[in-house]
Design a protein around this ligand. Structure first.
Ligand code: ASP
Length: 318
């Protein structure tokens, strides 16, 4: 039973590609890498890869992570600049026994040595959004600098029950130089165990890390919890704990898939979208809503929502 699930609508084209690969009998590692590369390559997604929004110095720094649920191998790059596909470098790093997680200059050196494509990743469009934000912030100190983030995180299971999880992001818009969120950190941004399943998160990395939420979801599944319940209880508990101890909780949204292709999602925000495809169902974009009783429900995004999404994402930036 194969399947793939991913955070946010932006994953759709990648999921379609991966779904076709899985149907042809390709493995989960190749399918997830191809899917995330598709998102990284698309210029209109402002929080992943090419076209991503920069940090407060106007520099685009990206994080990516990869985990193989058979061997539990992990690879990640942090704050890497000007490489086309950080997820591919993360996957390559997962194949070593040491030096699995590299940051900044060291990650770039590795990428160069291994011949990964270098590319100027800051687009003119992203630069214009940055300049506009900088001007707004200079005029109004009530504004929050960090609007505009979202990570593409995916979990994929192939017909051999091989589970893989991966992420890619440019992190928070206007973050400090060198800031790293949850996305390249195993257990927080992603986790995969082929004997159980995998999970991945998106939202405020600083808060997601406080609950190591992806590991937490997989741990719950390992103890026998169904995937949807594991997602909901993990998100709700972290949300409550953060509110109790700190007075507030940042955005936390997760998706997960077990090794049999059953999937779930949970969120503490309104407006979380995700994409899922399995052997028995074509890729679908869903919109999630958290009910007052703590359950997360989801519905298929309708055509109007999908059209508005594409319109907003490709709208001109003055
Ligand atoms: N979790 C990412 C980060 O904190 C951002 C996001 O997923 O929205 O860098």
């Amino acid at each position: 039973m194969h399947g793939i699930i991913a955070t946010w609508r932006m994953a759709l084209e990648g999921i379609e590609k991966a779904d076709a690969m899985l149907k042809e009998g390709k493995n989960a590692s190749d399918a997830i890498e191809a899917a995330i590369r598709e998102v990284e390559d698309y210029p209109y997604y402002k929080s992943v890869g090419y076209g991503g929004l920069p940090n407060q110095d106007g520099v685009l720094q990206m994080d990516a992570g990869y985990m193989d649920g058979d061997s539990l191998s992990v690879g990640a790059v942090c704050a890497i600049e000007d490489f086309a596909n950080p997820v591919s470098i993360a996957r390559k790093l997962s194949q070593g026994t040491v030096n699995n997680i590299l940051a900044g200059q060291g990650a770039a050196q590795f990428g160069t040595e291994y011949g990964f494509e270098q590319k100027k990743m800051l687009t003119d469009r992203a630069k214009r959004i940055y300049e506009r934000k900088k001007a707004e912030l200079a005029q109004n100190d009530q504004l929050r600098p960090y609007d505009g983030h979202d990570t593409v995180g995916m979990v994929c299971v192939d017909d051999e029950s091989h589970v893989v999880a991966a992420t890619s992001t440019s992190g928070l818009f206007m973050k400090r130089n060198g800031r790293i969120g949850d996305s390249p950190f195993v257990g927080s941004g992603f986790y995969a165990d082929s004997q159980v399943g995998g999970a991945t998160a998106t939202g405020l990395g600083e808060d997601i890390m406080k609950g190591c939420i992806s590991y937490e979801i997989v741990r719950r599944m390992k103890e026998g919890m169904p995937v949807q319940q594991a997602c909901e209880t993990a998100v709700n508990q972290l949300d409550e704990t953060l509110k109790e101890r700190r007075g507030q909780a940042g955005d936390i949204s997760v998706v997960a898939m077990d090794c049999n292709g059953n999937w779930g999602c949970a969120t503490n925000i309104e407006g979380f979208s995700f994409v899922a495809a399995t052997q028995h169902s074509a890729p679908v974009v869903y919109l999630a809503h958290r009910l007052d009783d703590g359950h997360t429900v989801f519905e298929k995004a309708d055509q109007q929502w999908l059209d508005a999404y594409m319109h907003n994402h490709s709208a001109a930036v003055e």
